[in-house]
Design a protein around this ligand. Structure first.
Ligand SMILES: CCCCCCCC/C=C\CCCCCCCCCCC/C=C/C(=O)SCCNC(=O)CCNC(=O)[C@H](O)C(C)(C)COP(=O)(O)OP(=O)(O)OC[C@H]1O[C@@H](n2cnc3c(N)ncnc32)[C@H](O)[C@@H]1OP(=O)(O)O
Ligand SMILES: Cc1cc2nc3c(=O)[nH]c(=O)nc-3n(C[C@H](O)[C@H](O)[C@H](O)COP(=O)(O)OP(=O)(O)OC[C@H]3O[C@@H](n4cnc5c(N)ncnc54)[C@H](O)[C@@H]3O)c2cc1C
Length: 645
């Protein structure tokens, strides 16, 4: 099963080898539990481990393999980030996709050798979503052949970029490019921020950390201001866009080619989110198979809480989602890599499809992941609320994904634009022009779903029902938009009046895609035992997901109430059927205890002993009497006692 999760036996066994290797190297382990450290201690600890990784990486992994590197990071550095997180996640991808060969020679090679540390500085205090209205300006000075970077007002301060505050000495900065008074929109520039020797900010640069956040606090998200700060013309990233010495602008082959670093993260983060969801579910499912509370049969001992149908309903559909997401994530990464290669040859035809797909997936997956992690926390009762579970940290890190790389409700609208265009083609009788991701929009629905008409309906019946729902909602939302426009609204006003419905269409389209990705994967599985378990999980998934969106199919009679009853019964049947495999389904992700960092979710199941040992190690228990008691509480009690006398 691990080979299914990690797209092949080769990588699944490499993960095991890497974990086994690290188990023997205590210097790579957390020196104490992360929840017991201050933010400064965590940053120091993370930097220590980063240095070790840098020195010994070649002994442990193949550094050219992204997946191996990711696993090493998860084990050693963990999810709370590290001082070079953005260096790998966005700085290097931005240079790879946007710097010319000559620029790559100069900077990418240094970045890969970790001679310099970089980040991606785009968001500002006043603008994150609307990139066309960024306020940092890069004005071209023809005389000196330099760009002058400037922060004209407080809202133009860069704000949020990860590792900008304290760690990075370079950044790929996004600024509005002005040449001879003309605004050429957001462009990307390579900008030195700090002296390479002293690490002091360079003259003209104001820089710092933005303070603690909900989570992800090892990362020093930062602010940055420029005071007429000059960089050479050749620091504009020029793989696709160019500015000649005389200020002539040479257009790229696609207007949004500069957004590539965002598309990179959106493509990869689906897998990252699946993994964080699986962390929380591993912890909660293991704990639920140890925790005993209450009886189902009063003549029998107390049961494991995992025997309760409500507990199964709380956890198992999310287990199915974690599998669905990791399968969809693998497809997304493959498409991203393909598009990256095609863009290199000048073929930008798939960029719009990739953008639409990743915009929808990032939004739906992060939202459902956060929901699933929070349910996993509640499934652990009171102990879930303790940082010993580590689930609150996992939640905090994962839920950031709802905001970063494009706020979810905004990114759903990006997919909606694509769907509306596709709906326009259908309306114009040009369905043959629809791309493969939306071809279903042009097909005709059966008059009703056939879901309960055969003893065991195939997945095709479910897919058809999801298609019916997504198609109906897309065409309806597009119709709403077109209707407002016909009545005289501008497109923008009509769009705003239709966005709730349009975003619903985007979610339904994306959920259909996720179901299909799951079906595709299960169909490929050869081993019959594995196929049976995954088929059960997929059946749980399609019934649960369909129930969640059934209203759309009930309102036009595509599904009847008796079919709904059937779907509910199927769901309950598969909850019970999956129960014996539940722990194995989470164990199959093969997370080591070090990687999970959860006292509650350890493999040995000794929850109570481990929790007690953890509590005893809490810094507050170093002494029996805290200074705060000596200083305040004792005098308070003493004066209360004295006044009583
Ligand atoms: C095989 C298995 C392999 C497994 C491998 C595993 C290995 C590793 C595993 C896991 C890795 C996990 C990694 C996790 C990484 C986590 C990293 C965490 C770090 C977090 C860092 C966060 C960073 C940031 O947040 S950076 C800042 C991000 N900011 C945003 O996202 C801003 C959002 N706003 C926008 O993007 C834009 O403003 C906009 C798109 C909303 C609007 O842009 P605008 O220019 O105004 O365009 P618009 O008018 O709306 O549209 C015009 C047309 O352009 C099209 N378009 C827009 N964007 C794109 C694009 N990117 N590409 C293509 N086309 C685009 C748009 O659709 C319009 O088209 P139309 O035809 O006119 O409709
Ligand atoms: C953990 C974390 C890490 C980050 N790392 C980086 C980084 O490394 N580099 C970087 O540059 N940035 C980074 N960011 C910033 C991040 O990309 C932005 O916060 C994000 O893109 C959202 O933009 P915003 O903050 O301007 O939200 P806003 O756009 O102000 O959103 C506020 C609300 O307005 C709504 N809204 C906005 N526009 C529209 C619209 N057109 N239609 C309907 N509703 C709308 C949103 O849906 C939301 O509800 C990070 C953020 C976080 C939380």
């Amino acid at each position: 099963m691990a080979a299914q999760i990690y797209s092949g036996e080769k990588y699944a066994s490499r993960r095991r080898e890497i974990s086994a290797n690290l188990a023997k190297r205590p210097e790579f382990h957390d020196s104490k539990p992360l929840p017991f450290m201050t933010r400064e201690e965590k940053i120091l600890e993370s930097s220590r481990k980063l240095t070790l990784i840098s020195k010994h990486m070649n002994e442990i992994i193949d550094p050219s393999d992204k997946r191996e590197l990711y696993h090493l990071n998860c084990e050693v550095l963990g999810i709370e980030g590290n001082p070079m997180a953005l260096h790998g996640d966005m700085f290097i991808p931005a240079l790879t996709a946007q710097a010319s060969d000559e620029q790559q020679e100069k900077w990418l090679s240094r970045a890969l050798r970790r001679e310099i540390i970089g980040t991606y500085a785009q968001t500002e205090l006043g603008h994150g979503t609307n990139l066309r209205k960024l306020e940092t300006i890069a004005t071209y000075d023809v005389d000196t052949q330099e760009f002058v970077l400037h922060t004209p007002q407080i809202t133009a301060l860069k704000w949020w970029p990860g590792n900008l505050g304290k760690s990075s000495n370079y950044a790929v900065v996004v600024a509005l490019m002005i040449i001879k008074g003309k605004n050429y929109g957001p462009q990307t520039f390579m900008v030195p921020l700090r002296d390479e020797k002293t690490h002091q900010p360079l003259k003209g640069i104001t820089i710092g950390d933005i303070g603690p956040k909900l989570a992800y606090n090892i990362v020093d998200n930062g602010f940055l201001g420029f005071d007429h700060y000059r960089i050479p013309r050749t620091n504009l990233l020029m793989r696709h866009t160019r500015v000649e010495p005389d200020g002539t602008f040479v257009k790229p082959p696609h207007a949004k080619i500069n957004y590539s670093a965002m598309v990179h993260v959106r493509s990869y983060m689906i897998t990252g989110q699946a993994i964080m969801l699986a962390y929380a579910l591993t912890i909660a499912t293991r704990y639920s198979s140890v925790r005993r509370q209450g009886q189902i049969d009063t003549t029998q001992p107390e049961v494991k809480v995992l025997e309760y149908q409500t507990q199964q309903h709380r956890l198992f559909p999310s287990i199915a989602r974690a599998y669905a997401f990791v399968f969809a994530g693998a497809e997304t990464v493959r498409l991203y890599e393909r598009v990256l290669q095609e863009v290199e040859t000048g073929n930008v035809s798939l960029m719009a499809d990739l953008h639409a797909l990743t915009s929808g997936l990032k939004s739906v997956v992060t939202h459902q992941t956060a929901q699933g992690i929070e349910q996993a926390r509640m499934a652990c009762g009171g102990h879930g609320y303790s940082q010993a579970s580590y689930i609150s940290e996992i939640f905090g890190v994962a839920v950031g994904g709802c905001t970063y790389e494009g706020e979810n409700l905004v990114m759903l609208q990006q997919l909606a634009r694509y769907l509306v265009k596709s709906a326009g083609l259908v309306q114009a009788g040009q369905s043959s022009k629809l791309g493969p991701l939306v071809a279903y929009l042009g097909a005709k629905s059966d008059s009703t779903s056939l879901i309960d008409r055969t003893p065991t309906p195939g997945f095709a019946e479910y897919v058809k029902t999801f298609q019916h729902i997504a198609r109906k909602q897309t065409l309806k939302a597009a119709q709403k938009l077109f209707g407002f426009m016909e009545k005289g609204d501008t497109r923008e006003v009509a769009w705003n009046k239709s966005t709730v419905e349009l975003n619903r269409a985007s979610r339904l389209h994306t959920r259909l895609y996720i179901v299909e990705a799951f079906v595709r994967r299960v169909e490929e599985v050869a081993d019959p035992r594995l196929k049976e378990v995954l088929t059960d999980l997929l059946r749980l998934h399609v019934n649960y997901e369909l129930l969640d969106v059934a209203a759309y199919a009930l309102e036009d009679g595509f599904l009847s109430s008796s079919q709904l009853d059937y779907i509910r019964e199927q769901l309950y049947f598969y909850l019970a059927k999956i129960r014996p495999n539940a722990v194995s389904l989470v164990d199959s992700w093969e997370f080591s205890d070090r990687e999970l960092r959860s006292v509650l979710g350890r493999r040995d199941g000794n929850v109570y002993e481990n929790l007690f040992a953890w509590a005893k190690a809490s810094p507050l228990n170093k002494t029996d009497v805290l200074p705060s008691v000596d200083k305040y509480l004792k005098p308070l009690m003493e004066s209360a006692r004295a006044s009583k006398l």
